[in-house]
Write a protein that binds this ligand. Structure first.
Ligand code: TYM
Length: 344
């Protein structure tokens, strides 16, 4: 069955939006709006699966919204909203809690990483987090989901949930006139040279919001001096840059910086090595710092400007929530019929 093509993705408001979020996700969000109807969500329900200070969460929510706008997402044509304002996400997540299997969730590597050794003390929300993620996507019957590499396993789970729902309720789906399948199997879009941006201090670790050292990441709100300094101090090795991509394989830090340059420039690692291969890191780092400042500087400045007008940001979220809810409510009505809930 053909589904209407629609893009959905989400970003958690947990502070410190960084270059990984930008290159792995937000730049893709911006590009996709040329071709698709897009829904971009600040996933505050996901954020509270680990403790969030209630006096900080509103600021973080507005900051992600500001980043979406500053990077060029058109809030009038597309939908930007925060998850908690559309109750259907949580409602569908409950149905999916009853579709997904314990065995599936037990395989989720991100839960294992986040819960760490003290698993008994992790919130139940953190465990069922991927079911909520499936609900986020499928409550809009979205077909395409741009994400970084680290979300791949969660996307596979979303597909498994959609498939199992379609199978379990096949007769009812058919009887209610929805044909063979009610949910599409959402396709992850994970492409380009920076789907997994690594820490600037350790090329084997992902760049992340929660890493204690601020030198490990470039934040979207860093000023030009901070960006240049972090790149200058980024870990490298003593060899010159290779001329071929293959030469990057055993060198995670070099590979990461070349990937970042390629993604910022909109080119490929091979192109970057054609230009800088055989040269010293010092020359390459200067060029990378200039490029990063030129790209990120205006975004950081615009975010700061937007953050001074929370009333405007809140109006964007309120408008987006209303439009998102209209779509989500339609899906939920159908899901209730399919599952067999008596409706008002
Ligand atoms: P979150 O908030 O951790 O990250 C937001 C987006 O940024 C990507 N990303 C990266 N990409 C490349 N390199 C990195 N170092 C890096 N770090 C983060 C993430 O892959 C993500 O695309 N569970 C999601 C949010 C979510 C969601 C959804 C996404 C909730 N519901 C439905 C898609 C669809 C998360 O925690 O992303």
């Amino acid at each position: 069955m053909a589904f209407k093509e629609r893009v959905f993705s989400g970003v958690q408001p947990t502070g410190n939006l960084h270059l990984g979020n930008y290159l792995g996700a937000i730049t893709k969000f911006v590009a996709l709006q040329e071709r698709y109807d897009c829904i971009y969500c600040v996933v505050d329900l996901h954020a509270i699966t680990v403790w969030q200070d209630p006096s900080e969460l509103p600021r973080s929510t507005r900051e992600v919204t500001a980043a979406f706008l500053a990077c060029g997402i058109d809030a009038k044509k597309q939908i930007i909203f925060n998850q908690s304002q559309v109750a259907e996400h949580a409602e569908l997540a409950w149905v999916f809690n009853c579709v997904a299997r314990m065995g599936w969730l037990n395989r989720m590597t991100q839960f294992k990483e986040k819960a760490g050794k003290d698993r008994e003390n992790a919130s139940v929300g953190l465990y069922v987090y991927p079911n909520l993620m499936a609900a986020d996507i499928l409550v809009y019957r979205a077909t395409h989901v741009p994400v970084g590499e680290d979300q791949k396993q969660h996307l596979e789970l979303s597909r498994d949930i959609a498939q199992k729902f379609n199978n379990d309720f096949a007769q009812s789906i058919h009887a209610h006139g929805y044909g063979e399948a009610f949910f599409p199997l959402p396709e992850p879009l994970i492409q380009g040279p920076a789907t997994r941006v690594m820490s600037l201090r350790d090329g084997t670790k992902k760049m992340s919001k929660s890493e204690p050292s601020d030198y490990s990441r470039i934040n979207l709100t860093d000023d030009a001096d901070a960006i240049a300094q972090k790149i200058r101090k980024a870990k490298t090795d003593p060899e010159p840059l290779p001329s071929e991509e293959k030469g990057l394989e055993p060198r995670p830090e070099a590979d990461n910086l070349v990937g970042i340059y390629a993604a910022l420039k909109g080119s490929s690692k091979a192109d970057v090595l054609r230009e800088f291969g055989g040269g010293q890191f010092s020359t390459f780092k200067t060029a990378l710092a200039d490029l990063a400042v030129a790209k990120l500087g205006p975004i950081g400045a615009e975010m700061k400007k937007l953050m001074q007008d929370p009333v405007y940001i809140d109006s964007v979220l309120a408008d987006g929530s209303e439009r998102a809810q209209t779509l989500a409510a339609e899906t939920m009505k159908a899901v209730k019929d399919i599952v067999g809930f008596v409706r008002r």
